[in-house]
Design a protein around this ligand. Structure first.
Ligand SMILES: *[C@@H]1O[C@H](CO)[C@@H](O)[C@H](O)[C@H]1NC(C)=O
Ligand SMILES: *[C@@H]1O[C@H](CO)[C@@H](O)[C@H](O)[C@H]1NC(C)=O
Length: 281
């Protein structure tokens, strides 16, 4: 999950009067970092520092689906935060050139979404194929509900759309049900470090939601490794987290497509059955 703009602003407001953390806590005073101990307030600056220049895989084809909708998309479209009538939900399968010809990614986009189908496909194509293959469906809804994006661990549920937000959410899918963020190594790294990467990670980790801290470090790791650039900040205070996420992700995120690792599709609902049950489809 990602914070709404509002909660980010509130968070920013709350810490406004607090001076920057001193990352140099002595080894004797070791403690898990606190909510105010972070390197950077807003990691989304990486969008402008190079994330938008990461190339996107070209696509081979788009197949439009007229008769079936993934159950998971029907569910999300019905939530009050999305409210997408199903006759407004476009379902299409995209084949990317960096994966075999018979492999498709399934998208569900509500027609009231702010971002276009082309933008959505471009952002998904920017994900390394080894990360993208852990994503089942990609959904896009309108983004005026103060919610950034979510991941179910299988699916990307986008409202806000940019390279950072999609790498963060895909990071949750790549985390494979917390197998990386929930590892003893990552927990130990947080204990050893004296800061988190950003205000969002710090806030989430204070609530023991380590998957969020992990996904932000994963985003930074992808930025550094794929653009060859560095964040103009001293990262010593979070060196252990960075080292763990690197060892958990660098090699595995660079692998070519592997069919066995492609996340399997779930159930589907026929539009005509929805109409029969009284739901406009
Ligand atoms: C994820 O982990 C939870 C708790 O460990 C487990 O109940 C669930 O079945 C797992 N889901 C998947 C998709 O592996
Ligand atoms: C990315 O990671 C790989 C594997 O660890 C490494 O060989 C390569 O130099 C890294 N690239 C950059 C730009 O950091």
């Amino acid at each position: 999950m990602l914070p709404s703009l509002l909660s980010l602003l509130l968070l920013a407001h709350n810490v406004l009067a607090i001076p920057n953390p001193s990352p140099k806590a002595s080894r004797l005073e070791k403690r898990a970092p606190g909510a105010q101990d972070y390197v950077i307030q807003d990691l989304w600056i990486l969008n402008e520092l190079g994330m938008r220049n990461i190339p996107s895989s070209p696509i081979r084809r788009i197949n439009r689906w007229g008769t079936k909708i993934p159950e998971a998309c029907v569910y999300e479209a019905g939530l009050s935060k999305h409210q997408c009538p199903l006759d407004q939900l476009d379902v299409f399968a995209v084949s990317f050139q960096d994966a075999p010809e018979d492999m498709d990614w399934l998208f569900c986009r509500c027609r009231d979404a702010k971002h276009s189908e082309g933008e959505l496909i471009e952002e998904v194509g920017r994900l390394p194929v080894a990360v993208r293959q852990r994503v089942r469906y990609i959904m896009l809804f309108t983004d005026d509900h103060e919610l950034g994006a979510d991941s179910s661990g299988n699916d990307l549920i986008m409202r806000e759309l940019n390279p950072c937000v999609i790498h963060h959410e895909a990071g949750h899918c790549f985390d494979d049900n917390g197998s990386r963020s929930g590892s003893a190594e990552f927990r130990a790294a947080i204990q050893k470090d004296t800061c988190y990467l950003d205000s969002y990670s710090a806030g989430a980790a204070q609530e023991e939601v380590f998957a969020e801290a992990w996904a932000q470090v994963f985003l930074l790791q992808q930025f550094m490794n794929r653009t060859g650039k560095k964040l103009d900040k001293n990262l010593d205070c979070m060196e252990n987290q960075l080292a763990v996420v690197n060892s958990q992700s660098v090699a595995s995120s660079k692998k070519p497509f592997e069919k066995a690792l492609k996340r399997k599709w779930g159930g589907f609902i026929l539009r005509k059955d929805l109409i029969k049950s009284g739901v406009p489809a």
